[in-house]
Every structure is written in structure tokens, then in C-alpha cells.
Design a protein around this ligand. Structure first.
Ligand SMILES: *Cc1c(COP(=O)(O)O)cnc(C)c1O
Length: 360
């Protein structure tokens, strides 16, 4: 089955075999060697100095990393400003609410990238009303639609406001370019563009911010504690050992390919697929200049249903995704993340074209 959904993704045999390991104890050196290598490789792949950044590995899906980041990222008594143009931005606002963190949401229509000028205006308005902003959060690649937000411009706004900059790059890291060093916290996962299996996620955290983390809003997702224990070859809880082993193999593979080369490979696949969609008359949901390298939202042709499209493709060995949230009836999504042989993209276009133009 070729997975064209935004995670979990197809992985190489190497990664799969690494998950089929014999059980080992997570309190033994063989586990900590694995954990050390995963943390060190993540820093290396994203050009982060170990003296400035820590990595907190978490046994959980991408959402657990985002929630750990939100819990640690907002100093006591301060507000979180969330820039939102999709389901994942809204999810961060819901996390803030769940943990009693005062939150302001700056919302944009789903087909629009966040406008830094408008974000800046809102930040200044909150400040002049006496609000103390502790952090600004945004989604790098909004998987709801496949849109990439302007990270450098938003980082500058956070810096100017003296606020921490929190980025959910769960579907962005190794898929679309990002300067992680310009963030204070950045959440990611093994099971998307890093081509590992689902079940392990992580947060890059600026050490200086971790020292002043808190208050402690969660026990399981306490990022300062996770990082401190992992720094000394420890772990507070039972990790997903086979998935961590598979992630280690996936990171070795990513290092061999190179992050920039992987991003370029995804970009070529997306360009090839989009040219095909255009030829068969399938309209893209987003304007050209904001689309990510790894996900395309397309409009459903009039009178056709997603269920029929999904089942047709699945019979041919492809899994796609429905539109998210209120796009469900109008749009569908096709991703090109993961370990997918190039020939499969041509086959996908052929199957899709037969569905779009039956009898043509
Ligand atoms: C996939 C994703 C997540 C996390 O999803 P999980 O199902 O918890 O792995 C968070 N943010 C974004 C932008 C995502 O694409």
C-alpha cells in the first residue's frame, strides 16, 4: 500500500527491520546508546549546537510533542499568542485552554498564509492593553491545506516582543526548509518526513528557555524534566524502544540522503504530481506560492464524491486523505511524504486520470 496521507508514511526495509528487534531493557546502556544517537543526530541534521539546544524525546504521536512544547514554552502569568490558519493552529489554542494558559488566537482564512503585518498589529494591541506576551506559536506547514507559513517574519515579531517563538513543524521538518535555530521550541515527529514509524515525537528546546520553563503543567509531558534526564542517559518513563530503534535507522538514512536533498526530492515529486493534476483539470485549493513540498489539496470535481475516489485509489494500492475540518465535502489531499519509489507517482496519475475522465 502506498500511503499518500500525511503520516504515517511508507518506510524503507531498513527502518522496518530495525523495529523488529528483540526487546531490550530501557534502563540498560544499549537503550541509552540508541537514545543518545537519536538526540545527537536530530541536532546535527538541523544544524543546532548541543550547547544551545536540547532534544526531548517523547513516547507519543506528534500532538504529544506539540503539547509538551506549549506546556514548557509559556512562562507563568504570561499569554500565548497563536497564529492560526487551520486545524493544527486551533489545536494549539485548545491545548492552551486545557492547561489554563491565557491565549489570544490570530486567525486567518485557511487558504491564506499568516500575514506578519496583521500579527504584529495584534501583538502590539495586546501589549498596549497591558497583556504580557510570553510566547508566539505558529504551524510551519499547516497540514490542513498544505500551506507554509512565513516563519522568519513571525520569528522577528516574537523577538521584537521579547516573546518565545514556538513552532509546530511536525509535518515540516525534512519536508520544507526551516531554520530551527530561529525558534525557541520546535516540535517534530518520527513518522512523517523523517521517514520513521509513528509513536515517537520530539521537541527541540533552547536550553536557556528550558532553565526558565514552567510552571510544571504536566507530569508526562514535562519537557524540562525529559531533557534533563535524557541529558544524563536517563528516561523518566518507558520509551517506545523498537520505534526509537527504527527512528535511529531513519535518521541514519536521512543523514545519508541529506535534509536538503530530501526536501528537493519531495519538491520534485510535488511538482511532477501538480503538473499531472493540472493536465487532467484538477484544481489546486491553494495559490501556487504558498504550497508545501509534500501535500496538495485539490478540489473535488463537481458531482463526484470523495468516498468513490478514495475507494477507487485504494483498490489500486493508494491511500489518500479527505479534506480536513470543513473542507471535507469540497476537497481531498494527496501527500508525497515518505519512502515512495518514483514510478508510483506516475502510476498514481494514471489511476487518477481514469477516475477524473472515465472513458477518455
Ligand atoms: C500530524 C500533525 C500533528 C500531530 O499529529 P499526530 O496525529 O498526533 O501525530 C501536529 N501538527 C501538524 C502540523 C501535523 O501535521
Amino acid at each position: 500500500m502506498i500511503l499518500l496521507n500525511p503520516g504515517p508514511v511508507n518506510v524503507s526495509d531498513r527502518v522496518r527491520q530495525a523495529a523488529a528487534m528483540e526487546p531490550i531493557c530501557h534502563r540498560e546502556p544499549e537503550y541509552f546508546d540508541m537514545q543518545d544517537e537519536v538526540r545527537a543526530r536530530l541536532l546535527e541534521l538541523f544544524d543546532l549546537p548541543k550547547s544551545e539546544f536540547a532534544v526531548g524525546l517523547i513516547a507519543g504521536s506528534g500532538t504529544s510533542a506539540v503539547e509538551a512544547m506549549v506546556c514548557a514554552g509559556v512562562p507563568a502569568g504570561k499569554r500565548l499568542v497563536v497564529v492560526s490558519n487551520g486545524v493544527y493552529g486551533d489545536r494549539i489554542a485548545r491545548m492552551a485552554e486545557a492547561h489554563g494558559i491565557p491565549c489570544d488566537e490570530v486567525r486567518f482564512p485557511w487558504e491564506q498564509a499568516a500575514d506578519p503585518e496583521r500579527v504584529d498589529e495584534r501583538v502590539r494591541a495586546i501589549e498596549s492593553a497591558g497583556g504580557k506576551i510570553g510566547a508566539l506559536a505558529v504551524i510551519h506547514h499547516e497540514t490542513t491545506t498544505g500551506l507554509v507559513n512565513p516563519i522568519p517574519e513571525l520569528a522577528a515579531i516574537a523577538r521584537r516582543a521579547g516573546a518565545r517563538f514556538l513552532v509546530d513543524s511536525v509535518s515540516g521538518l525534512a519536508g520544507d526548509p526551516i531554520d530551527v535555530a530561529a525558534t525557541d521550541f520546535c516540535a517534530g515527529t518520527a513518522g512523517k518526513c523523517l521517514q520513521g514509524l509513528p509513536g515517537v515525537s520530539f521537541v527541540f528546546a533552547r536550553r536557556e528557555c528550558l532553565r526558565a520553563a514552567g510552571p510544571r503543567r504536566s507530569v508526562y509531558l514535562d519537557l524540562a524534566d525529559l531533557c534533563a534526564r535524557q541529558d544524563v542517559r536517563g528516561t523518566p518513563f518507558t520509551p517506545a524502544v523498537p520505534i526509537v530503534n527504527a527512528f535511529r535507522e531513519a535518521l541514519r538514512e536521512t543523514a545519508e540522503e541529506g535534509v536538503a536533498a530530501r526536501i528537493a526530492r519531495y519538491g520534485r515529486a510535488a511538482a511532477f504530481l501538480r503538473a499531472g493534476y493540472a493536465r487532467m483539470g484538477l484544481a489546486a485549493w491553494l495559490p501556487h506560492d504558498r504550497r508545501s513540498n509534500c501535500l496538495t489539496t485539490l478540489r473535488l470535481p463537481p458531482g463526484r464524491t470523495y468516498a468513490d475516489l478514495h475507494d477507487t485509489l485504494k483498490r489500486e494500492g493508494f491511500v489518500i486523505y479527505a479534506g480536513q475540518g470543513n473542507l471535507e465535502r469540497e476537497a481531498f489531499r494527496i501527500c508525497n511524504m515518505g519512502w515512495i519509489p518514483e514510478a508510483e507517482f506516475a502510476r498514481l496519475l494514471a489511476v487518477l486520470e481514469r477516475w477524473v475522465r472515465p472513458g477518455a
